[in-house]
Design a protein around this ligand. Sequence first.
Ligand SMILES: [Zn+2]
Length: 183
Amino acid sequence: MIEWREEKTAIGIAPLARLAESLAAPDALRLASLAGRGFAVVVAPAARETVAGHLAMEPDERGGLLCGSLYADERGAVAAVAVRAAVPAVDFSSSGVSLRMETGVWDRAREALAPGEIVVGWYHSHPGLGAFFSGTDRRTQAAFFRHAFSLGWVIDPLRREEAWFAGEASAPLPAERVVHLAP
Ligand SMILES: [Zn+2]
C-alpha cells in the first residue's frame, strides 16, 4: 500500500555552533537553553509557510516531506534538526486516518536538497481530528523514518494544533524542544 522509497545517502552532520551563528539572538538563546535535553527541532519560516499553505483549511489529509540538516554538539550527539524546506506531495490519497504519498515526492525532495541536507522527516494533516499519530502514522514512521532524528510533524489546520514525533518508535517531542524561527 505504501510505496515510498527510502533514500540511502551519507548523512552529514555539522557543528551546532554553525546553526547557532545563523540564528537571531533570541532563537540562539532558546536553542542553547535546550542543550543536553535531547535534540531540538528548528523550523525555518519558509518550511512552515509551505506546510501551512499546503494544508490550510483543506478538509482532506495532505502531506509531504521535510528537508533539512543535522547539527551535533561537542560530543558528537545530534543536538538539533533544522527543517529548512517542505516538499508537498501532489498526488496524495488518504481515507480516515490512513494516508499514502506518491513516490515522486521523494524525487522532488532529493532535487530540493541543498548540499549536506537530507530528508529529515515528513508532515501531514489531520483536519479536524487533532494532532496525534495514528497506528498507520506510527507504522509509516517506523518503516520510512526510523533514524533517531527522523521527524514526524502532524498538524490539524482546523483546530490549529500541531505535534511532533521522532524516531522509529514515534516518541513524542515536547513542544518546548520545537523552535519556530521568526520570519
Ligand atoms: Zn495521520
